[in-house]
Every structure is written in structure tokens, then in C-alpha cells.
Design a protein around this ligand. Structure first.
Ligand SMILES: [Zn+2]
Length: 157
């Protein structure tokens, strides 16, 4: 993998500006395709009362809107910090090609942003997780997939 340090510098700068301006957490992301910035994002969790508004997710939403495509193949994610499990999943769902990160998850944990518990949760069986989850009306819910299978103009993603 060969990252372009200029795009990482931009992600790092966005993250610092986000803190200094009082807008949010120390995280910035830049999405690049063919050497061009498609979209950027900063952490907006507290600014927008959106717990999913991590820099990477914000950038992915903007890049997809910009490219009018839910597939971001051919794009690279430059993020100021190693992605949390939610952002990592979002990057995989968007089918991006590569990820470059500045700070590590351990660095983030050192300043109070510890996502190790989420990685641990993912390894546990459903019944052993911190937030209880149980199946309810599974047979009735199957009608959703029946509808999907029968919907002729479905768009696969
Ligand atoms: Zn995240």
C-alpha cells in the first residue's frame, strides 16, 4: 500500500481544526479517488447529536452523495485515526480499496476514545454481549425477505 502523505496531512489538519473550533472530537477523514479529494468529514457526534457521525461515516455519506453511488470502489480512505468497528464496517460496505490511518486505536484509547470493548463484543456469542439481544417474531419477519425476493426491480448492493 502506498499512501499519499498530503491526504493524511489534510485528515490530521481537519481533526485538529475540529477540536480547536470546538465543533467536535479529534477525528478527520478524507476520501480520495484517482488522486483527487472526493469528500471530507470530521467528527460531528456532539455537534449534531448523532452517535454515528464519526468522521469516516460523514465522509462516506458525502462521497456517496457526490458520486451518486453507494459503491465507493476505487476510493481510498485517509483517516486521522484507525477506524472503530462501525466505521470499519461502513468502509467495507462502501467497498473502498484501501485505508490509511494516522493514530492507532491504542493512541485513541490513551486519550479516552477506547473502542476495544466493541471489538471484544463482536467476538462474543449474541447471548453473551453487554446489550441483550433476543430473537422475536422471526417467522413473521421472514415476510420482509419474501417481499425482497419477489420484488422484480430490486437493486442489489
Ligand atoms: Zn468510527
Amino acid at each position: 500500500m502506498r499512501g499519499d502523505s498530503e491526504f493524511m496531512k489534510q485528515a490530521i489538519r481537519l481533526a485538529t481544526e475540529n477540536v480547536v473550533s470546538g465543533r467536535g472530537g479529534p477525528f478527520g477523514a478524507v476520501i480520495v479517488r484517482d488522486g483527487e479529494v472526493i469528500a471530507t468529514g470530521v467528527n460531528q457526534v456532539t455537534a449534531t447529536n448523532d452517535p454515528t457521525a464519526h468522521a469516516e461515516v460523514v465522509a462516506i455519506r458525502r462521497a456517496s452523495a457526490q458520486l451518486k453511488d453507494f459503491i465507493l470502489a476505487g476510493c481510498q480512505m485517509y483517516t486521522s485515526c484507525e477506524p472503530c468497528p462501525m466505521c470499519l464496517a461502513a468502509i467495507y460496505w462502501s467497498r473502498m480499496d484501501e485505508i490509511f490511518y494516522g493514530n492507532t486505536a491504542a493512541d485513541a484509547a490513551a486519550v479516552g476514545f477506547d473502542d476495544a470493548f466493541l471489538y471484544d463484543e463482536l467476538k462474543k456469542p449474541v447471548g453473551g454481549r453487554t446489550i441483550p439481544a433476543e430473537r422475536l417474531l422471526g417467522e413473521e419477519a421472514w415476510e420482509n425477505f419474501e417481499a425482497w425476493r419477489n420484488f422484480a426491480s430490486r437493486v442489489h448492493y
